[in-house]
Design a binder for this molecule. Structure first.
Ligand code: MN
Length: 191
């Protein structure tokens, strides 16, 4: 199928200052768009041409996997935030996080640490397995839990392109800011 860059569920200025308009312009408008364009070009005339995005992520490798997974990951990432987000999850997800990590604050520390210590480019994920157990996983480059049959709930993109315009080398400041824009209604609904 032909893929298009999904529309953002907020205005470009809505996440500022955690994510500036400039970063949205480049990270969403250029990087995310380029993965979409590359994927469309790469799958032409291949067995992947008629698959949906998840099928391509699961079945491909190499350049097609890299671009398909980056399209999936970025769409998921950009659809996890809102203007005046932040706070804490509610309902069953809140209960599951407290059960696993003792408190939301402990979970936040563990997740932030995973994102901070991921070497090079990649993604930190909160995932659910088929039995409903939560865990935090680190994936390098285009890595995605979708490939391993896990259900992603939340991700932080820690490629430098996600934060360098706003924070330069201060990845920790970018990670701290992301907690202020998370849309916990969306994240909780994924659980
Ligand atoms: Mn990115």
């Amino acid at each position: 199928m032909f893929f298009e860059l999904p529309k953002l569920p907020y205005k470009p200025e809505d996440l500022d200052p955690a994510i500036s308009v400039k970063t949205i312009e480049f990270h969403y408008g250029k990087h995310h768009q380029t993965y979409v364009t590359n994927l469309n070009n790469l799958i032409k005339g291949t067995e992947f041409e008629n698959m949906n995005l998840e099928q391509i992520v699961i079945k491909s490798d190499g350049a097609i996997f890299n671009n398909a997974a980056q399209v999936w990951n970025h769409t998921f990432y950009f659809h996890s935030f809102k203007n005046n987000g932040g706070g804490v999850p509610k309902g069953p997800l809140a209960t599951a996080i407290e059960s696993k990590w003792g408190s939301f604050e402990n979970f936040k520390t563990e997740f932030s640490n995973a994102a901070l210590t991921l070497f090079g480019s990649g993604w930190a994920w909160l995932v659910k397995d088929s039995e409903g157990n939560l865990s935090i996983v680190k994936e390098s480059n285009a890595g995605t839990p979708v490939k391993n049959g896990l259900t992603p709930l939340l991700t932080f993109d820690v490629w430098e392109h996600a934060y360098y315009l706003d924070y330069q080398n201060r990845r920790a400041d970018y990670i701290a800011a992301l907690w202020t824009i998370i849309d916990w209604d969306i994240v909780s609904a994924r659980f």
